[in-house]
Design a protein around this ligand. Structure first.
Ligand code: PAF
Length: 282
């Protein structure tokens, strides 16, 4: 496995790969890797000749400087996990390498990027589009792998790919969960053991709401999820939206769209840590 830090070395390496007619998979990450990322890497390795994993803590997508400051940084352990998972290249550039000049581009794909995380973290998806479009330009992958845990992020990136005409396939990969059901996230390491246990109630409630939804309307179900999670000490729902799974616009009936998904963000513990999850109803 190669560790590459400059865009020019990455391009040199990949032009040889392409000259040999080999396919390239890209797994964009911000490091602090866990079994969820590992599953993306293994999937890319099984579907491409060469897998590039970017490890880059992108400052432009953090609207809260404290969140960026406390984000775990674990490059050495990340490289060990990536070598075991079969990655060919770890691309770990500096901020100056990715942004030699401040990125002033703006992206706007409403409603995918204006609701939920877009509303509560202004500028977040703009930063995601800035960095992901740069990574796509650096790597020019055949396929790019994203975890469905960040459900909204995939919807926004799909719109950006269509808008900018990137010639690649977005491969969404299923959420990997801890034994308790808690969706794996780099932020979970910031939770105490007790908070981790408490956080398991989020997915438990989402799962139970699928049964509840069979005999209740959309708004009743939405409110039931909010009330049930808020009743757990240490958890506080920031939003729970039940949306069209593609456009992410709110729905009011269960037959309003071909796919209907509930997306939640919950504050957990005293710090508190923001956790996201989702469930599919239709
Ligand atoms: O999902 C993430 O970890 C990040 O948003 C991504 C896609 C690597 C862009 O920085």
């Amino acid at each position: 496995m190669k560790l590459i830090q400059s865009v020019s070395s990455l391009r040199d390496f990949l032009s040889e790969v392409r000259a040999n007619g080999q396919t390239v998979g890209l797994v964009p990450t911000m490091g602090a890797l866990h079994a969820g990322h590992e599953s993306l890497v293994r999937r890319s390795v099984s579907e491409n000749d060469v897998t590039v994993v970017s490890v880059f803590l992108n400052p432009t997508q953090f609207n809260d400087p404290k969140d960026l400051e406390r984000y775990p940084r674990t490059l050495e352990a990340d490289c060990e996990l990536l070598a075991t998972a079969g990655a060919d290249v770890v691309f770990a550039p500096t901020v100056a390498e990715v942004y030699p000049e401040p990125d002033t581009r703006t992206f706007s794909y409403p409603p995918t990027d204006s609701v939920m995380e877009g509303a509560f973290r202004p500028g977040h998806f703009n930063g995601v589009c800035q960095v992901v479009s740069k990574l796509f330009n650096f790597v020019m992958p055949d396929r790019a792998y994203f975890g469905e845990k960040d459900y909204q992020q995939i919807a926004v990136i799909r719109r950006m790919v269509a808008d900018l005409g990137f010639k690649l396939t977005i491969v969404p990969c299923p959420v990997i969960r801890e034994e308790s059901g808690l969706a794996m996230s780099s932020r979970n390491t910031l939770l105490t053991d007790a908070e981790r246990q408490t956080a398991a109630a989020i997915y438990q409630t989402l799962k139970e709401s699928v049964t509840y939804a069979k005999s209740h309307g959309v708004e009743e179900t939405r409110q039931w999820v909010v009330d049930t999670i808020n009743a757990v000490e240490g958890l506080e729902v920031q939003y729970y939206n039940i949306v069209d799974g593609d456009s992410l616009a709110d729905v009011t009936t269960w037959d309003a769209a071909p796919h209907i998904v509930g997306c939640v963000t919950v504050f957990c513990g005293s710090t508190p840590i923001r956790l996201i999850d989702h469930i599919r109803y239709v």
